[in-house]
Design a protein around this ligand. Structure first.
Ligand code: GLN
Length: 248
């Protein structure tokens, strides 16, 4: 078996080690004898989402988001169709925001998104606090831990499923305790870190969805010895909880 992972804008949209998500997917595949190719897709590069098994996009500052938005918009219809057909996606922070309908950035300019998620992001302006720090989220894939740093606040439309519920941190908008978004096998999240290395269940959910979509529903993933990943997860969780208890 083999998987093809398209990594959108790896040079431009890569904050807080988001590139690690591609590395984690490839490592978890290779440890199971599954070939995994990471295809970097930069501005103007050809991509047929129907030809790949997973799409990744990382975060970026408002300036970077503005740079990639026109190219992403051109890919919008094909990406939406592929997500409707079950394509697994992991879109992180700035990438997540542009997989929604739009991002109104810190100076009020509108950066249009591709509307995979029924969500809108608004930056409350340069004086508002950013949502920065450790974050712990309860999700259908178990507890997920990471780091967030975003000015924009994302609001999900009624009926748009979140990725999970914030246990610690700010999440989508520091108001409604939702974090991220889900549509079929597409996942949006504010979690940097990168998120997949220390949350192996989330990584495996993307891999399994991709394998079943390509090779059939009976595919199963052999378990891996995730001791290092679990240690990293526990260490991040301990740090997050300790920092949350520390008086500011
Ligand atoms: N520029 C966006 C914001 O500030 C996303 C930031 C990010 O990707 N970390 O909200």
């Amino acid at each position: 078996m083999e998987l093809r992972v398209a990594h959108l804008y790896p040079e431009v949209m890569n904050l807080y080690g988001d590139r690690g998500n591609a590395i984690a997917l490839r490592a978890r595949c290779q440890r199971r004898g599954i070939a995994c190719t990471i295809l970097p897709v930069n501005i103007g590069d050809p991509l047929d989402p129907g030809e790949v098994d997973i799409v990744l996009v990382g975060g970026g500052q408002d300036r970077e988001q503005r740079r990639i938005a026109p190219d992403l918009l051109r890919r919008g219809p094909a990406l939406r169709d592929a997500v409707d057909a079950g394509l697994p996606v992991l879109a992180v922070c700035g990438g997540y925001q542009l997989f929604g309908h739009r991002y109104v950035d810190h100076d009020g300019s509108v950066i249009p998104g591709i509307g995979v998620f029924d969500a809108e992001t608004r930056h409350p302006g340069p004086v508002a606090d950013r949502c920065i720090g450790d974050i712990v989220v309860e999700t259908p894939f178990g507890e997920v831990v990471g780091f967030e740093n975003h000015g924009g606040r994302t609001y999900l439309a009624p009926g748009q499923e979140p990725l999970g519920t914030v246990r610690l941190g700010r999440g989508n908008n520091a108001e409604d305790r939702t974090e991220g978004a889900r549509r079929k096998n597409a996942i949006g999240t504010y979690l940097h870190g990168s998120v997949l290395p220390k949350n192996p269940a989330l990584a495996d959910a993307l891999i399994l969805a991709a394998l079943r979509r390509r090779y059939g529903p009976s595919v199963e993933l052999p378990p891996l010895d995730d001791a290092p990943e679990r240690r990293a997860h526990e260490a991040a969780l301990r740090t997050a909880l300790a920092r949350a208890r520390r008086p500011v």
